[in-house]
Design a protein around this ligand. Structure first.
Ligand code: SF4
Ligand code: SF4
Length: 439
C-alpha cells in the first residue's frame, strides 16, 4: 500500500484550508514539499504548538511525504517568532537528509500557499495554477501529522483547534470531530460576556456563525468569541447588497487595495480596484477583468486593512466567484505565463501587530496554550462533507454500533472526496447529511 493509499484510507484532508483531499496531492514526483507552519491568522495557536509538542511525529510525516514524492527537499516554513518550535525542529533535523527549515517574518498572509512558495522558493505559482505547477506540494502541519498517523493505520477522528477571544480560559485542544461549538466554548471556560458574536476560523478568513450546535469538522481551526460591536464583527455582518452599494457610491479608486493585494504583489493580474470596484458595481462585462477575480484568495487584507474607506473588494470577489461558478464561467487568464513579481514584493508586507490593532484584537493576544482535555461528548454529529468534492456515502444505519475509528462514510465511486470515520464509540442515531453517534 502506498502512502497515498494509506492517506486516502484514513480520510486525511487539508486541515488548514477548505479540506482538499490530501491523497490526491500525492501523485507523481515533486521537487519540494513545503510544510505550511505560518499560521498567519492572529489568535490561532494550533500549528505552532503542534510543531513544538509533536515534533517527531510531524517530521516523520514530512519525511514520508518527501519520500513518496521523491522530492529533493522538504522545507518546514514557520515564523521566526515560533522560537520553541524552531528549537525542537532544529534539534532533530540532523536525523533527516532531505529536511530543512525556512523562517518567515511575522506578516499576513504568510500562510497563503502562493505567498509561502514565493517566500521560501522565490517561485511564482502561475495565475489560476497550483503549487504543483512549480514542482511543489504544500501541506498544513496538522495535515502532515495526520499523514504520519495514517501511515500507521490511524484514521482522522479528532481536530485540534483554538478557542479564543471573550472566553474565560483561551485554550487550544483536540476534540472528536462532531463535537459542538457550544461544548468547545464551555471547555474554554465559557463566554465572559453575555452576548457575543462567534467567528469560526481565523479572524480574517473565518465567518460569523450563529448556531452554536454546529459541529467541529476536520477543517475547524478556531472559534473566536468577540463583542457584537467589534470592528471585525461589524465588517463581517455587511450584506452583499451593502458591499456593492457602498463600493459604487464611495470608492475613490485610490488603489490601496491593489497596492496591498498579496496576489497582485507577486505579479498576478488581480487589481481589486478595477475588478471588484469597477466591473462588479457598474456591470462592466470585460471578460478578463471579471474573471480575474478567480485569482483572489479572499484573504480580506483589502477589506479589513488596506481600504481607507472600509470597502469590501475581497468580499465582492467572493460574490463574483460564486456567481461565475454557478454560471460555469472559469478563469480566462493564462496558467502558462510566468508572472513577474512587483519590485516591492519582498518588502510590502503587513505586520501582524498592525493588523491586530486594526482588527481591534489587541485585548486577545495572550497565547492559548495546547492542553489535553480528553473530552468525549455524549453525542457527535459528523457531516458527510467536510472537504472539497462529493459527500461521503454513508456505510452505517441507525441502530448500528460503531467503535471510534470505524469507517462510516466512503468516497463515492470515481469521485473526488474523503472517507469519514467514527470519532466516538456508540450507536448510530441518525443518518442524513450527517451521521449522528450517541454514546
Ligand atoms: S482601497 Fe478602497 S477606496 Fe481605494 S480603490 Fe480600493 S476599494 Fe476603492
Ligand atoms: S482579498 Fe483582496 S487582498 Fe486578498 S487576494 Fe483578494 S483582492 Fe487581494
Amino acid at each position: 500500500m502506498t502512502l497515498a493509499d494509506k492517506v486516502r484510507s484514513a480520510g486525511v484532508v487539508g486541515a488548514g484550508g477548505a479540506g482538499f483531499p490530501t491523497h490526491v496531492k500525492y501523485q507523481g514526483e515533486m521537487e519540494y514539499v513545503l510544510a505550511n507552519g505560518a499560521e498567519c491568522e492572529p489568535l490561532l495557536y494550533v500549528d505552532q504548538q503542534l510543531m513544538e509538542y509533536y515534533t517527531d511525529e510531524f517530521l516523520e510525516g514530512l519525511n514520508l511525504i518527501v519520500g513518496e514524492l521523491q522530492a529533493k527537499k522538504g522545507i518546514v516554513c514557520l515564523k521566526e517568532k515560533y522560537k520553541d518550535a524552531i528549537t525542537n525542529i532544529k534539534d532533530r533535523l540532523i536525523q533527516y537528509d532531505r529536511l530543512d527549515i525556512h523562517l518567515l517574518e511575522n506578516y499576513y498572509p504568510a500562510g497563503d500557499e502562493f505567498i509561502m512558495v514565493f517566500d521560501a522558493l522565490g517561485r511564482v505559482i502561475p495565475e489560476g495554477g497550483l503549487p504543483l505547477h512549480v514542482g511543489t506540494v504544500v501541506n498544513n502541519i496538522m495535515t502532515i501529522i495526520n499523514v504520519a498517523r495514517a501511515s500507521r493505520g490511524i484514521p482522522v477522528t479528532d481536530r485540534t483547534l483554538t478557542v479564543h477571544g471573550e472566553v474565560n480560559n483561551p485554550l487550544t485542544f483536540s476534540l472528536p470531530i462532531g463535537t459542538t461549538y457550544r461544548e468547545a466554548i464551555e471547555l474554554a471556560g465559557g463566554s465572559r460576556i453575555p452576548d457575543f458574536a462567534l467567528v469560526v476560523g481565523g479572524p480574517m478568513m473565518g465567518s460569523l456563525e450563529e448556531d452554536l450546535d454546529k459541529p467541529i469538522t476536520k477543517t475547524t481551526s478556531g472559534l473566536l468569541l468577540l463583542p457584537p460591536d467589534n470592528y471585525l464583527v461589524m465588517r463581517k455582518k455587511e450584506s452583499d447588497h451593502t458591499a456593492i452599494r457602498r463600493g459604487r457610491s464611495t470608492c475613490d479608486q485610490c488603489m490601496y487595495c491593489t497596492m496591498y493585494c498579496p496576489r497582485y504583489i507577486i505579479g498576478h493580474q488581480l487589481q481589486p480596484h478595477k475588478s471588484a470596484m469597477r466591473a462588479a458595481p457598474y456591470g462592466i462585462s470585460d471578460t478578463k477583468l471579471v474573471t480575474s477575480s478567480w485569482l483572489c484568495s479572499e484573504c480580506k487584507l483589502c477589506d479589513y486593512f488596506a481600504c481607507p474607506l472600509f470597502l469590501s473588494p475581497g468580499k465582492i470577489h467572493g460574490m463574483m466567484k460564486k456567481e461565475m461558478g454557478e454560471a460555469g464561467v472559469g478563469n480566462t487568464l493564462n496558467r502558462d505565463q510566468n508572472p513577474e513579481p512587483r519590485p516591492y514584493a519582498d518588502t510590502r508586507r503587513v505586520p501582524i501587530q498592525r493588523l491586530v490593532h486594526r482588527l481591534q484584537l489587541t485585548d486577545y493576544m495572550e497565547k492559548a496554550p495546547l492542553v489535553d482535555v480528553d473530552y468525549v461528548p455524549d453525542r457527535v454529529k459528523i457531516p458527510l462533507i467536510q472537504h472539497i468534492g462529493a459527500p461521503a456515502v454513508p456505510l452505517v444505519k441507525p441502530g448500528q454500533r460503531v467503535e471510534r475509528g470505524d469507517l462510516i462514510g466512503e468516497i463515492p465511486e470515481g469521485k473526488l472526496g474523503a472517507r469519514i470515520h467514527a470519532s466516538i464509540s456508540g450507536i448510530v442515531a441518525e443518518v442524513s447529511d450527517c451521521i449522528v453517534i450517541e454514546r
